[in-house]
Design a protein around this ligand. Structure first.
Ligand code: PLP
Length: 363
């Protein structure tokens, strides 16, 4: 038996066990070709078929209407912090966009956006340490902005948008790196949804970018070819060698998700997992949840312990109990349990049980 623990890493994160088993089984011989997926041309019939299957699965699982296109882009999610303004800001004379500052990754997107145009920060959660999605009024949004930008789930702080902002005709852009396919969303509310694949989709090194057709073809003239949505769209993401292994693991993960009953079914499991952990936190005078209850994430559960000594002991003992990678991000400290789609209920149950028992001994 291979040694495996429950992996709560924020990303790269655990992949479903059957996906990993399939990778192992097929690694030397991809679909009877006698060569590995990492040894075949991205222009081969077999790879093109794999890419087409990935597309069909993703479209089906997300319920994408025909006017939305899927691009498989280089550079992970953070490259989109530049690609978004480069592709979209020039659509409007003001060359401006509205951003919500909900902490780290949103802040980095803001910084990047400022290189290419005017960024209006319409609301920020900085003054409360990013423990919530900041309040805003519809009137705070600029009707002449090129787009409104949010990070739908804030991986570090464990906060999540549960009601997306009303932006009328201004396209809404979402960084969904840590919650794509974890809950049902109405894609027609968005102009662009992008995600690094390393949490809910596959192995690291690529971003999936879902773009509404009318937003393609407006890139600033100096946009590098491989950051231009039009390039990826026109060449079906095969302008140059894509991350073939990442596309492969994504296809397998999407197939697995389909077998689980799709996004609505996994959302139920995800809510159950999150409720179990928040239940322990709320019934305890010992653990302190970081995110405000109404803004809590179903992907990343963040909490603190009474002292630094207890935190260190908690993390050490958790590790000894097969509960891996629970240390919070350095910006926040404490504990963070990342419980993406691949984390089974048993893993969350094991963590919840450990938390209860640790509190009994130390509370
Ligand atoms: C919400 C969010 N956006 C962006 C990123 C950056 O992703 P990448 O490392 O693929 O650039 C992360 C990484 O964890 C993230 O959680």
């Amino acid at each position: 038996m291979t040694y495996r623990v429950f992996n709560f890493a924020p990303g790269p994160a655990m992949l479903p066990a059957p996906v990993m088993a399939r990778v192992r089984e097929q690694f030397l011989d991809f679909r009877g070709l006698g060569v590995s997926i990492v040894e075949i041309s991205h222009r081969s019939r077999e790879f093109e078929a794999l890419l087409a299957e990935t597309d069909v699965l993703l479209r089906e699982l997300m319920g994408l209407p025909a006017q939305y296109h899927v691009l498989y882009c280089h550079g992970g999610a953070a490259m989109q912090f530049a690609a978004v303004p480069l592709n979209l800001m020039g659509r409007v004379p003001s060359r401006s966009a509205d951003y919500f500052d909900t902490g780290n990754f949103a802040a980095r997107a803001i910084e990047e956006g400022r290189r290419y145009g005017t960024v209006n920060v319409v609301a920020s959660s900085a003054d409360t340490g990013h423990d919530r999605i900041p309040h805003h009024d519809a009137a705070d949004l600029n009707p002449d902005a090129a787009y409104v930008y949010i990070a739908s789930n804030n991986t570090i702080y464990g906060t999540q948008w549960h009601r997306f902002p009303e932006t009328n005709d201004v396209p809404l852009v979402s960084d969904a790196t840590s919650d794509i396919l974890s809950r049902v969303i109405d894609i027609t509310r968005f102009g662009v949804v992008f995600a690094g694949v390393q949490k809910n989709l596959g192995s690291a090194g690529m971003a999936v970018v879902i773009v509404r057709e009318d937003l393609i073809g407006h890139a600033a003239p100096h946009t590098p070819n491989l950051l231009n949505y039009q390039t990826y769209f026109k060449d079906h993401s095969l302008t140059n060698t894509p991350n073939t292994f990442s596309i492969y693991t994504t296809q397998l993960t999407l197939e697995w998700l389909s077998e689980q009953g799709g996004v609505a079914a996994i959302e139920q499991v995800n809510r159950k997992k999150a409720d179990r952990l928040y239940g322990v936190i709320d019934h305890s005078g010992f653990y302190r949840g970081f995110a405000q209850p109404e803004h809590r994430s179903i992907s990343n559960v963040t909490f603190g312990l009474p002292t630094a000594g207890l935190l260190a002991r908690f993390l050490e003992e958790a590790g000894d109990n097969g509960l891996y990678a629970l240390k919070g991000h350095r910006a926040l400290g404490g504990v963070r349990a990342s419980i993406y789609n691949a984390m089974p209920l048993e893993g969350v149950e094991a963590l919840a049980g450990f938390m209860e028992e640790f509190e009994r001994r130390n509370g």
